[in-house]
Design a protein around this ligand. Structure first.
Ligand SMILES: Nc1ncnc2c1ncn2[C@@H]1O[C@H](COP(=O)(O)OP(=O)(O)O)[C@@H](O)[C@H]1O
Ligand SMILES: [Mg+2]
Length: 196
């Protein structure tokens, strides 16, 4: 199946999950994420607000708040084609929609963080495999934002964990040269760091 049809098929499938299915998946995801030491011990965590039927990391975020961790959401740059930056989110943050209609925290430009400052990035995806290959929505936003990880040793860069429903697994992913590989994946069934 080509990438376009694979994206279409999986996006339809995840959009068809109702609120009850999403809630169950979100609870299991939360417990799997907390079970991986490198994720549970992270202090600075990038995550996302759900869109398009993605699996929801919000429960993990609420747990992270109770542990006094810092959570951040990606913010699209004003300049198209530039890496995304990350804005710290607090329980009382205010939001405004970006050009895709996805809410972003309203923070001053100076307080935006580079992705390189995060310990873990939990990133959404459309399809994953168990070799670290990821297919996103097709904008290449995370590939551009995480490009710097190529130059950094494993221990000194954020761990990149793709979050998905288990049915988003695909054995057929051929990475493109610009794709940034994941260090692990987490679903409602499991959380795996590939290196371990
Ligand atoms: N590091 C990068 N520098 C410049 N362009 C990039 C980079 N990473 C991705 N792109 C561009 O983004 C586009 C979408 O990338 P793709 O990997 O297909 O999307 P996604 O990762 O969202 O599935 C590609 O056409 C590619 O040219
Ligand atoms: Mg890509």
């Amino acid at each position: 199946m080509d990438i376009k049809h694979l994206r279409q098929k999986i996006r339809q499938q995840r959009c068809a999950l109702g609120p009850a299915g999403q809630a169950i998946a979100a609870r299991s995801l939360d417990s799997h994420l907390r079970g991986v030491a490198d994720i549970a011990n992270a202090r600075h965590i990038g995550l996302y607000l759900v869109n398009d039927g993605e699996i929801d990391p919000a429960l993990f975020m609420h747990w992270a708040f109770t542990q006094a961790k810092h959570c951040y959401l990606p913010v699209l740059s004003v300049d198209q084609g530039q890496p995304m930056k990350f804005a710290e989110i607090k329980p009382d943050s205010e939001f405004e929609p970006n050009r895709f209609g996805i809410p972003e925290p309203m923070v001053s430009a100076e307080s935006l963080l580079d992705a390189s400052k995060l310990d873990v990035v939990l990133l959404p995806l459309v399809a994953f495999d168990l070799k670290g290959n990821r297919i996103g929505m097709g904008g290449g936003f995370y590939d551009r934002t995480l490009e710097f990880t190529r130059q950094q040793p494993y221990d000194r860069r954020p761990k990149l964990i793709g979050l998905a429903h288990e049915f988003q697994y695909s054995s057929e992913i051929e990475p493109s040269p610009w794709d940034i590989p994941l260090d692990g994946i987490a679903t409602e069934k499991r959380a795996i760091l590939f290196k371990q």
